[in-house]
Design a protein around this ligand. Structure first.
Ligand code: GLC
Length: 558
């Protein structure tokens, strides 16, 4: 039976997902890297928080050039992360607590260590056809390979093409040189990947996240991009809907909890990906709202967040996805983003308010909220002082590239410090003991220095903690149909710093107001209603929003 909009809304609208970045979640064997048994050990913590699904970042065999997003075998477990028996135990224990596992499928590319790519390198035509290989000029040499097929740039810096002298061919890699793009135009590749889904479903997996999945369909001809880095040619590419529908049908995952990571996508495409009538995916991650602090659209150039722009983007995506029967994943944070409270709030003066304002804004919207590990504790960005403390391939590449572009080492460091993916990857702080209880060994990445205060144990003992606030947001979503499936409309707030919207269902109206500034701002008048949640004590009047205040009222029958 196909999913209808009503069943989709009540199913996805009542769920909350939690992202585990396995490397940094919980180490169980002292090697400084998180693992599957570590996750099993923390399931009670997650059940107590109230989440329904765990998205676990890739734990498949991988040379770890991109921390597991460079997969060398889709059907096995990276030994550092555990064994298949560990996975099965995690799956069983999670199910016993009503928690489903969401696996992270990296299907745009494989590691160059994958057996398919190795066979391609050995010249096997079957496997050459698994990737995007293009002939080089007949006189090309390793020393002088000539021009690559296009001028496209890799997302991690440098050309998106690598020359292989032994084949006299180039291969496409939109990410690191060790992440070769698969050729989805080859039906055999599509069949292999659908089979990977069936393999994990047979192990009881009930949800999937698809990594950069809107990049899988490349254009039929290779063209230079004279306006940008090439993304307009391959984002939401020519056969994308057809390939997704086939994957969903052949993998047997229609109507399941699925989410696609959509890079530089459009609203129209995302409606297409997520409208249940199309039988593609459950929901989409889009990133436009997280680029409002990119100067001139450049991630590596800093500016203060543009709040009116943030409001416009949220409004457009919320209202248009609702009108087109699409569905949004709601999030600020993941393993690729700096911690949002440091980025959009003021964690020096208003740490609690900043850390609770952001989830209030997203969790009450139309869609499915995602919490990224440590976000529920208010973890902040790193306090690193040296580039040697960073591990991420993109950060290290850009530290060099920014200096090549003319920035001093200090200037380049300041940008990396604000924008590094490692800002969100520092280990989970479980308690105030050495390394926050994350590991008994040396952590692969240092913890943020505030972990003696900002940690799970301390917050579980405090009923006014950031974590308790997240718990309440989750409870509200489970309790109130207006949050799960109500309509959404953005409201014109009396100040540019305020984002306000309402949700309506039947005779219920939920009004949410968030002050994205450190100054008092005038509030919208909300007649009557019960105060559902807020990050300050109940005020005597309702005319003003205090610094970083977020508040929601529920009105009935008005
Ligand atoms: C996604 C992942 C990111 C990874 C990239 C390439 O954006 O979230 O961590 O580097 O895809 O797989």
């Amino acid at each position: 039976m196909s999913t209808t909009i009503a069943t989709r809304d009540t199913f996805l609208g009542s769920k909350v997902a939690y992202q585990v970045y396995i490397r940094s979640f919980q180490d169980s064997d002292g090697d400084g890297v998180g693992d599957l048994p570590g996750i099993t050990r923390r399931l009670d913590y997650l059940a107590d928080l109230g989440v329904d699904y765990l998205w676990i970042t890739p734990f498949f065999p991988s040379p770890q050039r991109d921390n597991g997003y460079d997969v060398s075998d889709y059907r096995a477990i990276e030994p550092n992360y555990g064994t298949m028996a560990d996975f099965e135990e995690l799956s069983r224990e999670a199910a016993a607590r009503g928690i489903g596992l969401m696996l992270d499928m990296v299907f745009n590319h494989t590691s160059t260590e994958h057996a398919w790519f190795r066979r391609a390198l050995a010249g096997d035509p079957t496997y050459l056809a698994y990737y995007k290989f293009v002939d080089a000029a007949p006189d090309a040499t390793a020393a002088n390979p000539g021009e690559p097929p296009t001028n496209w740039e890799s997302k991690f810096g440098g050309s998106a093409w690598e020359y292989v002298p032994t084949l006299n061919k180039w291969y496409l890699h939109l990410f690191d040189v060790t992440q070769a793009d698969l050729n989805w135009d080859n039906p055999q590749v599509r069949a292999e990947l659908a089979d990977v889904l069936r393999f994990w479903r047979s192990k009881g997996v009930s949800a999937f996240r698809f990594d950069v999945v809107n990049l899988i369909s490349k254009p039929a001809t290779w063209e230079n991009d004279y306006e940008g880095d090439g993304r307009r040619f391959y984002s939401d590419g020519p056969h994308i809907h057809e390939y997704l529908r086939e994957l969903v049908r052949e993998g047997g995952i229609d109507g399941m909890m699925t989410v696609g990571e959509m890079s530089s996508t459009t609203l129209e495409s995302c409606i297409g990906y997520t409208n249940p009538a199309n039988h593609e995916l459950g929901m989409a991650f889009s990133f436009h709202h997280l680029k409002v602090d990119y100067l001139g659209g450049d991630k590596w150039a800093l500016q203060d967040p543009d709040i009116p722009r943030l409001r416009d983007i949220l409004r457009t995506w919320q209202e248009a996805m609702a009108a087109g029967d699409g569905w949004n994943a709601l999030f600020w944070s993941n393993h690729d983003q700096p911690r949002p409270n440091s980025r959009f709030g003021d964690t020096e003066r208003h740490w609690y308010e900043s850390s609770t304002l952001l989830p209030t804004c997203t969790h009450l919207l139309r869609g499915t909220p995602y919490i990224y590990q440590g976000e529920e504790l208010g973890q902040t960005i790193t306090d690193f002082t040296s580039i040697d403390q960073y591990r991420d391939v993109e950060s290290l590449n850009y530290y060099r590239i920014l200096q090549e572009r003319g920035l001093s080492a200090d200037e380049a460091f300041a940008v990396v410090h604000a924008r590094s993916r490692d800002d969100g990857r520092t280990p989970m702080a479980w308690d105030g003991s050495a390394h926050g209880g994350f590991t008994t060994g040396e952590p692969w990445l240092e913890l943020t220095g505030n972990y003696p205060m900002v940690n799970a144990e301390a917050e579980m003992a405090d009923e006014h903690s950031v974590r308790a606030y997240f718990q309440e947001l989750i409870r509200l979503r489970k309790r109130l149909p207006v949050i799960q499936s109500g309509g959404v409309r953005f409201l014109d707030a009396p100040s540019d710093a305020v984002i306000a919207y309402d949700r309506t269902l039947g005779d219920e109206r939920l009004v949410v107001q968030c002050n994205f500034s450190g100054d008092e701002q005038p509030a919208l008048a909300v007649g009557g209603g019960e105060r559902l949640i807020g990050n300050y004590d109940e005020p005597c009047g309702r005319e003003t929003l205090r610094p970083w205040e977020a508040v929601a009222y529920l009105c009935r029958g008005e």
